[in-house]
Design a binder for this molecule. Structure first.
Ligand SMILES: [Zn+2]
Length: 347
């Protein structure tokens, strides 16, 4: 199986974040992608290649120009405005209720305030090389997608930073640009065919849902920890099914705590039936391994065997498939869990 990887992800190197009211070392760190790379490189089934450069146009097709501009210069601007800081996070969030009855003012002038305008939470530090890493993660997704479009079979993009929490106009949840959404839009818009994003990360991909919520050419199907008890809390409920032309093209399957392999595979099969009925030309998998039973920030109970069964179930669809890396935080097991998922998918 082809693997697309770039060491450019190392430039996004956050050290700490505020998570559940505690200042903690970041769960999303450079060691994650390196653990996956090291494991796959020891297995002859996987062939590595570097991403090609795609420029900003595919990102601009999905994300607000203001967000892209902000991410490109925010770290440097912040150093000038607020003094040397390695990891930058918002400390004041703009929320519309703050100006109730006074009208919108748009993006604040001060970079310190811009962080709370474009970011929705406190676990996603912006570091010196984050923008370059995020651009390369999109390039990785698009290059993997191009391999599949070219008929080279199921391909894995080792994207880091991940993407599925980034909306069209906000970043957060360890994500900056929505790699899977950029790839899905690219395929739908350049081929005129329908595409499905199947999200098996523990967390609901609120960004991907938001980006495609009113579209009928990109289906979003997600299995995830019920947002009644899990990040991203505000989005991901079963009654969110799409709007307008997109009505019915958004499918959320919230799962109970400690869901095990058999129940997960049952839920996945019902998701795959919905995908078959939609009739996409391609499936883009947002692959999270944070459903693993020892993941430090999640509460499902999937095993390594369960991951291989997931990959096999998706492969049974018989559709061109791109697999893009999202979450997974038990780093000691992460490489092998990815490997097992991809072996199930036909590696
Ligand atoms: Zn996740």
């Amino acid at each position: 199986m082809q693997v697309v990887y770039s060491p450019a992800h190392l430039r996004h190197d956050p050290k700490f974040a505020i998570e559940q009211s505690r200042l903690l070392p970041t769960f999303e760190h450079v060691g994650r992608a390196e653990a996956i790379r090291e494991t796959l490189q020891t297995d002859a089934r996987f062939r590595f290649s570097a991403p090609s450069e795609w420029g900003l146009a595919p990102i601009e097709a999905v994300h607000d120009a203001g967000l892209i501009r902000f991410l490109a210069r925010a770290w440097e601007d912040y150093q000038v405005a607020a003094g040397p800081t390695a990891d930058v996070m918002p400390d004041v969030f703009y929320r519309p209720a703050l100006r109730r009855g006074m009208g919108e003012r748009g993006e604040p002038e001060a970079v310190q305030a811009q962080f709370g305008y474009w970011c929705f939470e406190t676990t996603t530090p912006l570091t010196k090389g984050t923008y370059e890493a995020a651009i390369t993660a999109v390039d990785t997704a698009l290059t993997a997608t191009q391999y599949v479009l070219d008929g080279k079979g199921t391909t894995y993009g080792l994207c880091r930073p991940p993407g599925h929490h980034s909306t069209s106009g906000m970043y957060g949840g360890y994500c900056f640009f929505n790699n899977a959404a950029v790839a899905a839009h690219h395929v739908a818009s350049t081929t005129g065919t329908k595409v499905t994003v199947l999200d098996v990360d523990y967390h609901h991909g609120n960004g991907t849902q938001e980006i495609f919520y009113d579209r009928d050419d990109v289906q979003y199907v997600s299995l995830h920890g019920d947002p009644a008890r899990a990040y991203p809390w505000n989005v991901g409920f079963a009654d969110e099914t799409g709007t307008g032309r997109g009505a019915g093209a958004n499918i959320n399957i919230p799962l109970a705590a400690r869901t095990e392999d058999d129940a997960y595979i049952d839920a996945l099969h019902s998701a795959l039936e919905k995908i078959q009925a939609f009739g996409p030309s391609m499936v883009i998998v947002s692959l999270g391994l944070d459903t693993f039973f020892t993941d430090p920030i999640s509460d499902l109970a999937i095993t390594a065997d369960g991951f291989e069964r997931q990959g096999a179930a998706v492969a049974e669809l018989g559709l061109p498939t791109v697999v893009l890396q999202e979450g997974g935080y038990d780093v000691a097991a992460l490489g092998d869990n990815v490997r097992r998922w991809l072996i199930g998918a036909g590696a």
